[in-house]
Design a protein around this ligand. Structure first.
Ligand code: FAQ
Length: 328
């Protein structure tokens, strides 16, 4: 997530809860407690709506900006089969963004507003997409491990409270599971290949490990939104819980490939909790506030796409315009 500002027009504060109709709020919270889904026409607290817009919009932006580091490898992926696979994956991620923008629109923020907030740098998107992919191996690490992290987060949140977001996540998770297999296959190919290929994949893992650890968000003790999001079942697992689950699932798989996680302190303690070196949270702060290695480039690409696509949007938004009859 890039820009730095929050996505809200109005300041967000838990004080807002105090201004909600207590009866409606109690009924809403009882529905959440019963595990019911909240749907767009239903009454919802302002803070719930604002938090959902923030989370879903940032997620949509992440999908769309997330196409860029892998998109850079469509024409350079080794072999025709991998080029085709890479193109299909990137296309899927754009589709995920469309599903998510539609879910966010049900809460009252237009797609145009969201896109403007992305390209102006006001909205955020995932930290990981602000790093370069200098080699094919970098792209394979994204396809395997970033998708893996995304699935951990999204499988949990698909069981959340807001109907349109949960339904979008369910569909996204199915497609992401193909991406995971695609990425794993590409990583296995490099990890079991020549010495040069093994060196390349280890170097990529070394570059990506820290951004991946940051991907799940700041530690629970410093997370600003977790409490409110979990109370209303938007978020179904904390940042640390997702990080731990990812480590449980993927550290052994990385080891199986003969690769080394670049953290000498990484170990599971007697209680089963993974201990690790904290990533550089100052770097995280810089990256999510627009100062990462690729933030400016990512937004410039998106801005150009918006400008070049303006005539298409304009044409589509004039349904009353007469079609020209072709001459032949
Ligand atoms: N990057 O209080 P918390 C994908 C911000 S999809 C940037 O803990 P929260 C698919 C956070 O916004 C990946 N910023 O926040 C794919 C907040 O700033 P704000 C995206 C981050 O909401 C794969 C501040 O830090 N997934 O990868 C990050 O409780 C391959 C304080 O943080 C989603 O968006 C971060 N990593 O928890 C595509 C899932 N983490 O807004 C292509 C939905 C935190 O106050 C290729 N989102 N921040 O200015 C969520 O689950 C949550 O929003 C979290 C953050 C877990 C991301």
């Amino acid at each position: 997530m890039n820009g730095g500002g929050d996505t809200f027009e109005a300041p967000v504060s838990s004080d807002q809860e105090q201004h909600e109709d207590p009866e409606k709020l109690a009924m809403f919270e009882a529905r959440i407690a019963r595990g019911e889904k909240i749907e767009p026409p239903d009454w919802m607290p302002t803070l719930y709506r604002q938090q959902l817009i923030r989370v879903i919009e940032q997620h949509a932006h992440s999908e769309i900006i997330g196409t860029l580091p892998e998109g850079a490898w469509i024409t350079r992926a080794p072999g025709f089969r991998r080029k085709m696979g890479q193109m299909a994956k990137v296309q899927d991620e754009v589709g995920h963004a469309q599903l998510l923008y539609s879910a966010a629109e049900t809460l009252g923020k237009t797609r145009e507003e969201m896109m403007n907030d992305l390209i102006s740098g006001k909205s955020k998107y995932s930290n990981v997409f602000n790093y370069p992919t200098p080699t094919w191996a970098d792209s394979t690490v994204i396809s395997w491990l970033i998708d893996a992290g995304a699935i951990v987060n999204q499988l949990a949140n698909a069981k959340g409270s807001y109907g349109p977001y949960c339904r979008a996540l369910e569909r996204i998770c199915v497609e992401e599971s193909f991406h995971l297999k695609y990425g794993h296959d590409a990583v296995v190919h490099l990890a079991t290949g020549s010495a040069k290929q093994r060196e390349m994949i280890q170097a990529a893992l070394n570059r990506w490990w820290s951004p991946i650890m940051m991907f799940f968000g700041p530690p629970d003790k410093t997370s600003v939104h977790t409490k409110a999001l979990m109370k209303w079942k938007v978020k179904m697992a904390t940042n640390d819980e997702c990080r731990q689950q990812f480590l449980d699932m993927y550290v052994p798989k990385i080891g199986d490939l003969g690769l080394t996680v670049p953290d000498p302190n990484l170990r599971q303690n007697a209680a089963g909790t993974w201990e690790y070196t904290e990533p550089d949270w100052e770097e995280f702060k810089q990256v999510i506030n627009g100062n990462g290695p690729c933030n400016a480039e990512r937004l410039a690409v998106r801005r150009t796409a918006e400008e070049k696509g303006a005539w298409v949007r304009e044409a589509l938004l004039r349904p009353a315009a007469q079609y020209t009859t072709p001459l032949a």
